[in-house]
Structure formats: C-alpha cells, structure tokens
Design a protein around this ligand. Structure first.
Ligand code: ADP
Length: 476
C-alpha cells in the first residue's frame, strides 16, 4: 500500500508534543513492514533550525484558493525509509513557532492550514496516487473535506481512503465563520451536520465528518470521547460514528527512547543492569543545581505547560512533595505557568529545578536521571512520557485517564505486580497520596528494585500498533 501521513508536526523535523513522535515513528514502522510510507508537513523555520535541508522536489506548484492562484515549492528528504515532504510557503510557515506564540495562536491559522490541505492535494500528482491518507488532528481536518467535495471526480483520489486520527479533542481548530468563503468551503457545508460548531468553523469536525474512519490514540480515550466530559461538544457526532471509531495505542520508538543507546545521557544502562542510572541521577541533579542524595527521590515532569496537564495540582502540593523529595520540571507553554514555576525555583532553590524551554536533549537526561515521573493530566489521549519512563526505570505516577489508565497498572507491594502508581480523582489529596505511596516504596530498596524490574520489562514498541493500523488501512 501507499500511505501518506498528513501531520502538522513530525519528529525529528518539527515537534511541539506527542503527535510529532507518532508521526515520526509510525510511518517508519509501516515502511519496515514493506509498504510505501510518506509524510508531509509545512516547511517551518524550526525544520531549518533543527539542521535539516530537504531538496527541492518540485518548484512552483500552483493551486487555486479564493479565486487566486498561489504557488508553493514541494521539498523532499528521505529519512529512515520514509519520504518526508515539506510544503514551502514562507509567508505562512517561516515563523518562529508552529501554531502560535506563548501569548496567542497565530491569527491566520485558518489560512495557514487550509493552504496546507490544498497544497497536499496539489502535490499528490507529483508524489503519486495514495491508497490511504492518514490525517492527524485539526490542522489536517480540511484534507478530507476538499477531497470529498472539490476532488469528488478526480481520478487521482478515486481509490484513496481517509483515516482521521484524533490526538487531542480539545484543540479543534475553531475559527470565525467569516473565513468560510475565503477557504473555498461552500456555505452548504456550514451546517450542524457539516462543519459548523456553535456558529464557528471547526476543522476538527470537518475531519470527523468527511473521513472514512476515525481513530484515537488509546482504547480508553476512544471510549472517553463519547462522553460529554471528554467529547468537547463533539461526543454526539462521535456516538453517531461509533462503528467507525477505533482506539490504537501509540507505540514507543525504542531507537530514540532507550537508555541502552541514548546519546544524551551521562551513562548508558539497560534492563539487566540499572547501575548507570546513579550517574544519570547525579548528572540531572547537577544540571538543575539540586543537591544529589541517593536517599531522596528526584521527581520529574516534562510537559507542555497547559491546563490539560494538571499543572495546578502540582503547584498546589509542591510544599508537600518537597518534604521527602526534590522536583525538576522541563516545560514550555502558557506564560502563566512559565512564571509560576520560575517563582517556585527561586522560592525553593536547591530543591526545585525549573527549565522553561523546549529541549529534546534535556528531556532524555530527565527520563534517565529521575526516580519518578508525574503526569496528573485532566485528560490524556495516550501520553508518551509514562511509557518512555518505564523504559528508563523512572516510575510513573499518573492520573487514571485515557492512555495512561491503559498502560499503567498500580503497584501492589503484596503481590509485587504493577508498573507505577495511579490516582482517580483530580484532587490534591488523591495526587499527593499516590506520590506518598511511591515514596514509601522508594524507601524500601528491595521492593523498589522489584518495581523497577516490572517497569523496564514492559514493551510498548510500535510493532503491534503498526500492525493494527495496517489492518485498519486494509479494511478501509
Ligand atoms: P502531548 O502531545 O499532549 O504534549 P505526550 O505525552 O503525548 O503529550 O507527548 C509529549 C512529548 O513532547 C514527549 O515526547 C515529551 O518528551 C515532549 N515534550 C513536552 N514538553 C517538552 C519540552 N519542554 N522539552 C522537550 N520535550 C518536551
């Protein structure tokens, strides 16, 4: 099969979150299984900053939008068996951030990502006919709409099926309706059964309505989004589409996230010998100017600083966390949280380490050096860091939602089964109690080592998830 992965971010070229990791690893896993896998994303400034120089594949491709002719260049870079295409249109994508600054989204995002969708369709004749377009998140939501309306009778697409994967229901790509005609969307489609959402244009709804199947990134989240609590107003529509809704858990790319061959960490280690982790913890303590102690756990977070991630809970219980542990966080996002954490670092100097930036190398150091990893998310479609943590013998303490509930089992000191600590209610008390349980086990070295063994023996590689996607593509 020919599968084109439509994702607004792809690791290692441009990443703001987990979607990039998935869009980097899944096409590679599909290619390893003998299929032709490609990916396509905008040519952001970040791609250049990350040191990639794709070659020009086709210059000056033309498309029509809002009765105007527009040109763009299609670039190509072959990477680990995958053809990665970039849409070069500097006025839209040559900017410091992907979607917006820490203060606000870019105001022209509707135009930026409708252009992205149109440019993909204009590129297909050069890339080649595709069996499946695998679209991801709201930024790719207009691709199915344009195919099913503007390209209805186009031989280029007559055999193409579309899978739309939701990585996060909350980011829906909602825009004032005034943009509708400028994006070449017919007003006929601006209805409750079309792309209208509370009088706004919804890119996410477009993806759901016009695709052949919908999936999300864990079984747990695929059930949760059918409820008003997690469905963000689209649960009714999803319930109608339920027979075409699938949940496939993300995998881990162990060629990237593996302490046995991780170039960013102080000392390599593997499941048979975890002793290198001590050096990694010392290195982490040094990086964050924390006093190293074998007796005090370092509790860590790596996260987008967003409401979703339950940051407020962490702030509320920080004083209690610090009674027995030290704390480090690598995060970037809402200015409000950026400031709060910088304040905490000053207040608890030597016990709290804060780094407000996006830093891939540091994220590996944290996974390797920390003892525990916190994810108190309000919702978590899949969550990747809890799975990365397992491999690095860093015990996850997570809220029992979405993919985290699917991948983490509570450790029971009596049966010695389980790979982490979970709590249900998004309250300070429930969260703190899970952390206290983890710290209590940490103090019992034999028990802790048993728990670490359970963690590192978990296998969440892409193999089985890629198989499930292939089955779904074939069924389509
Ligand atoms: P989400 O996609 O909601 O942000 P996930 O857990 O699915 O959450 O994936 C987050 C990914 O982004 C992980 O690979 C994590 O290590 C990475 N990440 C998040 N924040 C940062 C940061 N500040 N610096 C480096 N990596 C980060």
């Amino acid at each position: 099969m020919n599968i084109l992965f439509v994702s607004p971010e792809v690791f290692p070229f441009a990443k703001t979150g987990g979607l990039a990791d998935v869009a980097g690893a899944l096409p590679e896993a599909i290619a390893r299984k003998g299929h032709k896998a490609s990916a396509i994303l905008p040519y952001y400034q970040l791609v250049k900053k990350n040191g990639f120089k794709p070659a020009v594949f086709k210059k000056n491709i033309s498309l029509r939008i809002n009765n105007r002719e527009e040109l763009f260049n299609l670039l190509l870079l072959k990477h680990n068996g995958v053809d990665v295409y970039f849409i070069e249109k500097n006025e839209y994508y040559d900017r410091e951030f992907l979607y917006g600054t820490p203060q606000a989204d870019y105001q022209d995002n509707a135009f930026r990502f409708s252009f992205y969708a149109k440019a993909i369709l204009a590129s297909i004749p050069y890339i080649g006919k595709q069996d499946v377009l695998h679209c991801n998140d709201w930024q790719s939501g207009l691709v199915p709409l344009y195919i099913k309306t503007h390209h209805q009778n186009d031989a280029m697409f007559n055999k193409t099926k579309i899978l739309f994967t939701i990585h996060n229901m909350v980011y829906q790509g909602l825009f004032v309706k005034d943009v509708v005609p400028y994006l070449d969307i017919s007003w006929d489609l601006f209805t409750t059964s079309g792309v209208e959402f509370w009088d706004k244009l919804s890119f996410m709804k477009s993806g759901i309505v016009f695709s052949d199947a919908i999936s999300t990134v864990s079984k747990g989240y695929s059930r949760e989004i059918l409820t008003p609590e997690f469905g963000c107003g689209l649960d009714g529509l999803l319930r109608v589409k339920e027979k075409n809704l699938y949940g496939i858990i993300n995998g881990v790319d162990y060629s990237v996230w593996n302490p046995a061959n991780d170039k960013f960490i102080a000392k390599k280690f593997d499941e048979n010998d975890l002793s290198g982790k001590i050096e990694c913890k010392k290195d982490l303590a040094k990086a964050f100017e924390i006093k190293y102690s074998a007796k005090r756990p370092i509790i860590a977070m790596i996260t987008r600083l967003a409401e979703q991630k339950g940051i407020d809970l962490v702030v509320n219980i920080m004083k209690d966390i610090l009674k027995d542990s030290d704390f480090v966080i690598l995060g970037f996002g809402d200015e409000k949280y950026n400031n709060i954490f910088q304040g905490l670092a000053k207040e608890y100097k030597g016990k709290v380490g804060v780094s407000i930036k996006f830093d891939n190398a540091l994220s590996h150091k944290i996974e390797a050096g920390a003892d525990m990893f916190l994810m108190p998310s309000r919702y978590e479609p899949c969550g990747l860091n809890q799975m990365y943590s397992l491999k690095y013998a860093t015990v996850p303490v997570v809220r029992a939602v979405g993919g985290m509930d699917d991948t983490i089992q509570n450790f029971n000191p009596a049966t010695k089964k389980g790979n982490g600590f979970k709590f249900k209610d998004a309250t300070n008390e429930a969260f703190l109690s899970a952390i206290k349980e983890a710290v209590a086990v940490f103090k019992n070295k034999r028990l802790w080592n048993t728990l670490l063994k359970n963690c590192v023996s978990c296998d969440y590689s892409w193999e089985s998830s890629a198989e499930q996607y292939l089955k779904l593509y074939k069924n389509l």
